[in-house]
Design a protein around this ligand. Structure first.
Ligand SMILES: [Zn+2]
Length: 358
């Protein structure tokens, strides 16, 4: 049994931590008119599911979802017990507030108004004799402070405890510290940091301290995630396109086109989201994360996992990129620059580490 956090409400004050801000969508596609909690909830659900699976809990997938009938013995999965399913409401509410600064009048952004990055030195002539320039788009989201508030709405199923299950603050803590919040993180958005150090301390105190060694069930789990950071000397805006270009290019050798599109994202043809995200700040600080499932329905090419992640590291380690400053964290992997660690030790090191140092 997971140790329950002893609070029924929590508040975390954050601020966006890169020039690309945070993107939570809006009523019109490609425009953002407000901070939307639904966009953050989707990410929190994804990280919570990944954390539950990493600790050996089976949770539903997109293909299958639980149903709840109080008359039946069967309980919904650990994820649905918190996030709800047919017949069961979500156990908590999440609100997000811009905290009065940079209010609604400054929140009218349109996709792409951060401009595009053209990699002129990679221009080429296509089969029709036309000159092409690889181009990458950047997105401008909301920049400023954001307050998250989580409030319990009903007792926990089973135990009846009136407390937010510890897996929620844990997933939130990991997401803020190692990942991104909101959408369009493939275009640089979503890097946030704690606005108040005491909120970081109190959120960390609510986290689960123990991880389970049992094998992870099928599906994307936190054991499949990777996190990286470093210091880049390459011009920071150009690097946003250059890194993507080099990774995609590196995957042209030894990997199928479908794998490349699946991992890197593809705007034409079959629509895949990207499996990794990163931001380069004006001071050259690079922060990124991603996932590559080892098993389960989302693991389309599990046998290529090492090839792809090695290629990615090779690019990031190039002299004009992060070079020797690259820090790479990945559970149970020789690629981990700190130490190859099984899940429980890896998890502990994630919770204890101070990741955002630049
Ligand atoms: Zn479920």
């Amino acid at each position: 049994m997971e140790k329950a956090a002893k609070v029924a409400a929590l508040r975390v004050r954050l601020r966006t931590d890169s020039e690309y801000g945070i993107w939570t969508g809006g009523a019109t596609a490609g425009e953002m008119d407000d901070l939307k909690a639904t966009s953050l909830l989707g990410g929190l659900r994804f990280w919570t599911a990944a954390l539950l699976r990493a600790n050996g809990e089976k949770t539903c997938s997109n293909a299958h979802s639980c149903q709840y009938d109080p008359k039946q013995q069967d309980q919904p999965c650990a994820l649905c017990r918190i996030f709800g399913c047919t017949g069961l409401s979500r156990a908590f509410s999440l609100t997000v507030d811009s905290a009065g600064q940079n209010g609604a009048q400054t929140m009218s952004f349109s996709k792409g108004n951060k401009g595009k990055v053209e990699l002129l030195h990679h221009k080429y002539t296509d089969a029709k004799g036309k000159i092409r320039i690889p181009t990458y788009y950047l997105t401008q989201g909301y920049c400023g402070s954001l307050d998250l508030a989580l409030t319990l709405r009903r007792p926990q199923l089973g135990s009846g405890a009136y407390a937010i299950p510890a897996v929620i603050p844990t997933a939130l803590y990991l997401m803020i510290t190692y990942g991104t919040l909101g959408a369009y993180d493939q275009y640089g958005c979503g890097l946030v940091d704690f606005a108040a150090p005491e909120d970081k301390t109190s959120l960390r105190q609510l986290c689960q301290t123990q991880a389970k060694a049992n094998p992870a069930p099928e599906g994307t789990s936190l054991r499949d995630f990777f996190f990286f950071k470093g210091k880049i000397s390459y011009p920071h805006r150009l690097a946003m396109g250059e890194i993507r270009y080099r990774i995609r290019n590196a995957l042209r050798q030894g990997c199928s086109a479908e794998l490349r599109h699946w991992f890197c994202g593809n705007i034409k043809g079959k629509a895949y989201g990207t499996n990794y995200a990163f931001t380069v700040k004006p001071n050259g600080a690079l922060y990124g994360w991603g996932f590559y499932p080892r098993s389960g329905p989302a693991a389309i090419f599990p046998e290529n996992r090492d090839t792809v992640l090695n290629a990615m590291i090779d690019v990031l380690r190039q002299k004009d990129m992060a070079g020797q400053s690259l820090v790479w964290r990945e559970c149970n992997s020789p690629r981990d620059t700190q130490k190859k660690q099984p899940w429980p030790e890896f998890y502990t090191s994630l919770l204890q580490g101070d990741w955002r140092d630049a």
